[in-house]
Design a protein around this ligand. Structure first.
Ligand SMILES: Cc1cc2nc3c(=O)[nH]c(=O)nc-3n(C[C@H](O)[C@H](O)[C@H](O)COP(=O)(O)OP(=O)(O)OC[C@H]3O[C@@H](n4cnc5c(N)ncnc54)[C@H](O)[C@@H]3O)c2cc1C
Length: 322
């Protein structure tokens, strides 16, 4: 649905009254994503607490066709070159707090996963070591059911506090079962914002937890590329690995414009400084085409594409579409 610029003007006026200089027009989003590419957001607002999410919801009630897009660490996002027709929400302040009580840990949605992994290890709490290698936020990890090294968020998460922006920002505590977490996804809707998440962990020696962190960091350095990327581009098809399929088709190093398939891990695409989101979309389509031709497998992307009118697989990436 296209949104009239007058609706953005009205939303911006209301948000400016409540958020002052924490609301911006035409804010560059490349700085908020790990690919470091893409165009601007119509409006960007930095929200510091749950009460302010209520103010955001009130501003949108008068302009209900204006969509929102929450960005955590932008480590799973591709923003279109033309930008995003949405109010982009960045969570800071209270959303960056961590509370540890006994073996229960509650972390704000804006907390970076590696930070939480290290805080828990230092406190002698085991279960979130796998987060040390995933450069996302708690909110993004719940939304995506982030996982690795044999663990996934759904196994350690007890509940999450979620604000529904389409319902006046009403906040509810949702059990892990009610969030519909599945392989790299959840049932959370585009107007639902994860505010915090609570995890049940197990006691262990801090030294043992920290050894596991070091092992994961070492493994990541050896097996995954650095530079600008967003981790795995494609979901692993049932019983196989997307990286193996791409490599078997001889696509390592394949380049379009400023992006190329990593030589180190075929399911990673790396972006140079001059890369565009269209280069990335083209390379993704080309990989899908060639893998399908040679193996008969249709690869689906794991990335969230925002601001694109159409992408190759039309997976679960439809938020803030233009
Ligand atoms: C080098 C590298 C390695 C990676 N390795 C892994 C891995 O091993 N396993 C893995 O699962 N992923 C991995 N990823 C991908 C990524 O880190 C995860 O998907 C992560 O969970 C995304 O979190 P984020 O905060 O960056 O989310 P974003 O990229 O900012 O957003 C992703 C989606 O989550 C939504 N979202 C973000 N915050 C919230 C919120 N508070 N409430 C509701 N929705 C929200 C966004 O709107 C968007 O739809 C890797 C990425 C990189 C760059």
């Amino acid at each position: 649905m296209s949104v009239l610029s007058s609706e953005f003007d009205a939303t911006f006026t209301t948000l400016s009254r409540d958020f002052g200089d924490r609301v911006e027009r035409a804010a560059a989003l490349s700085q908020f994503t790990t690919y470091r590419l893409g165009g601007p957001a119509e409006i960007l607002v930095r929200v510091r607490n749950v009460g302010e999410l209520g103010l955001l919801a009130a501003a949108l009630e008068a302009n209900p066709s204006v969509p929102i897009l929450v960005i955590g660490r932008g480590s799973n996002l591709v923003v279109a070159d033309a930008g995003v027709s949405a109010v982009v929400v960045i969570l800071e302040g209270d959303f960056e707090k961590v509370e540890i009580v006994g073996e229960s840990v509650t972390a704000g949605a804006g907390v970076p996963l590696p930070v939480l992994a290290r805080r828990c290890a230092a406190a002698g709490l085991s279960g979130l070591e796998f987060y040390v290698g995933i450069p996302g936020s708690i909110g993004g990890a719940v939304r995506m059911n982030a996982g690795g090294h044999g663990r996934s968020t759904s196994e350690v998460l007890r509940s999450a506090v979620v604000a529904d922006i389409s319902n006046s920002g009403a906040v509810s505590e949702r059990s892990v079962e009610s969030l519909g977490l599945e392989y790299r996804g959840s049932a959370l809707g585009g107007m639902e914002i994860v505010c915090s998440a609570s995890f049940d962990l197990a006691r262990d020696e801090p030294v043992a937890c920290e050894e596991r962190l070091s092992e994961i960091v070492r493994w990541r350095r050896e097996n995954q590329p650095g530079g600008a990327n967003a981790g795995s581009v494609f979901r692993n098809p049932e019983g196989d690995s997307a990286g193996r399929l791409i490599e078997s088709c001889g696509l390592k190093g394949l380049r379009i414009g400023g992006v190329h398939v990593s030589e180190k891990h075929a399911n990673f695409i790396q972006a140079d400084t001059e890369a565009t989101a269209s280069d990335l979309a083209e390379l993704v389509s080309e990989i899908q085409r060639r893998v399908f031709e040679e193996t008969g497998v249709r690869l689906e992307t794991e990335l969230h594409w925002v601001g694109f009118s159409k992408i190759a697989d039309e997976g679960d990436s439809s938020e803030a579409m233009q």
